[in-house]
Design a protein around this ligand. Sequence first.
Ligand code: C2E
Ligand code: MG
Ligand code: MG
Length: 659
Amino acid sequence: MYSMNLDPAALVLSALCLVYILTTSRREQYVPPKGLKAQLLSQHYIFMVLLIINILSTAASVGSVHLMENPHEGTDVLLYFLLEVYFLLHTTLTMLFVLYVMNVNGTAIGRKRRFYCFFILPYAVGILAIITNPLTRLIFYVDEGMLYQRGILMPALYCLASIYVLTGLFFFIRYQRAIPRADRVAICSVVVLSVVGVVIQAIRPDILTELFAESLTILGFMVMLEDRTGVTDQTTQVFNRRAFLDASRRYMETEVPFSILLVKLMELDRIIRLFDSRDVDSLLVDVARWLETVTDRENIFRFGQEDFALTFVGRRQGEAEEAARHTLRRFAEPWMAEEAEVLLEATVSVIRVPEDVDSLSMLQDLLLWGYQDTPPGSLLIGHEELTALKRKLAVYDALRRALDKRTLQVWYQPIWSSESNTIVSAEALSRLFDEQLGFIPPDEFIPVAERTGMIHELGAFAFQEVCRVLSAYDLRGKGIRYLEVNLSLYQLLREGVLEKLEQYRAAYGVEASQINLEITESVSSYDTPGVQELLQQMRASGYTFSLDDYGTGYSNMTRLIEGNYTNVKIDKSLLWEAEKNPSNARLLRNMIRIIRGLDMNVVQEGVETKEQLDRVVKAGSNLVQGYYFSRPLREADFIAFLDSWDPLTLMDEPAEDES
Ligand code: C2E
Ligand code: MG
Ligand code: MG
């Protein structure tokens, strides 16, 4: 009767799949989500249902074929029943197939209820036709010889299946970027296999290939898409970083809004030092298990050593924020490690996509190092802080672009000598103009550069620019004795910095005495072994130094005396404070006097008015820098400024705005 029957093989194959998936460790890893909606959106859950339905429908098919081939063993009622079951399950299978693929690429997520109503409609029609078939005999019937025959509406059932396949295909192509290429290839190849099986059987009803092809497809899904070991964090059994990025990409590509509740454990290394690694692991497991009380495991990811992310798909920002507060309350309580109570510090925040972050790379950057500066203690990152973090990331990108394209600029702010009434030097100041962000002040991008290590590149760039300018113009002839370059302490901490500077200088044929390096000292740097020796070596090479921003932060007298600085630059804030009351004024005067007494030059920064100039010159400041003389100028403007400098035309008003 059937020239080829692959149904029994299909049954064995899918049964093996089920055994495999239930017996491997993956079973422990999978905790089915709670609630129908969550289950409909769980790829793995749908897969399991798909697998079971496939087994049942194959079994029904095998049974009915057996009855047809051995009519004496059963009744036509039994055969009819088995065929009914087969058609019901098999129609369900087609619909689930498509739902599964739509879950893999994320297009099933975040759809409106209306979508699902439409989606279920052809299925409902099909099911209705099958249920009423005993009366209508439109789909199939059993003839007198106890043989199954196709009814006139059978082609309609195939059409119905095609609607699903086409829907799946549409979403698959429309959102193909939502899933990695390898997954796309996997889905394509196994689905094609199914279609071939179905087509063969449609054309040649005596060859039963459909179910076998479908079982092979399911096997393919299992091997290629359902292996969760690669996407599971082995310690905590929640999803790992890769899964998190895959999921985020999927949501972003399919334009599904979602909120990420980020739980960043701070100072985990402190805990690691206190306990052995097994205890730390069990602590992390405790945290993961607790997070499962907040949301389903399917939505929990551990994407870094100390970072967990919980996703709330759809517009569920309120829910995510409530969960954040709840989580923070939990972290106020101790956890147990080796029978000891430990407090874990966590930074908790909610990131909304696409409102807060609109690209995968931005999300990654934010998660990677955006939170490094947050203060100790458990805290909730609010919207304002998140905005500040994002700004930092944008500044980072802008600086990266500027360094890559070499569009960073160096401007020069003249420094005036009260002794000669001429411009004797200038400070080189980096300027960043970004196409998107506009002018970004150094106070913003220098800390970002220091934080991310770009300061080395930036410092090298500024230093080379200064060398270039020194070699391009006869600045000595214009009265300039040296140019001042800011040197970050981070630059001093990197090995080989002096050699690098020497190379650049040599390349432009500039003397070390033409360059003065400005450094701002901090307590930590002063105590860092090697820094003082390095400064000594640099002095020996001919560089001179300015102590920048004196009077703020860490400056102290001993440092001043031991430091061997040529210039001390008094911070502008001190000058501005001095104008407010007499005791501050006295402090400034005495400070200038002491520094001058130690045979160092005083450079007063931030002089904007004639009164300020008079005040500091009277107090003994021999060098002055400030808007009163000039704002920082572009290279060409700076040269023009020097050429046109007329000591008699000291202005009363500050110079024009630089940007
Ligand atoms: P700084 O080294 O203390 O530079 C002096 C700052 O005071 C400059 O700010 C300058 O524009 C500003 N200034 C000068 N005169 C006046 C004045 O009369 N009134 C006011 N309100 N401000 C005045 P800028 O250029 O914004 O730079 C800020 C800081 O960024 C610098 O402070 C320096 O620490 C850092 N920086 C700038 N360029 C570089 C660089 O190439 N490398 C490094 N490591 N740091 C840099
Ligand atoms: Mg400076
Ligand atoms: Mg300064």
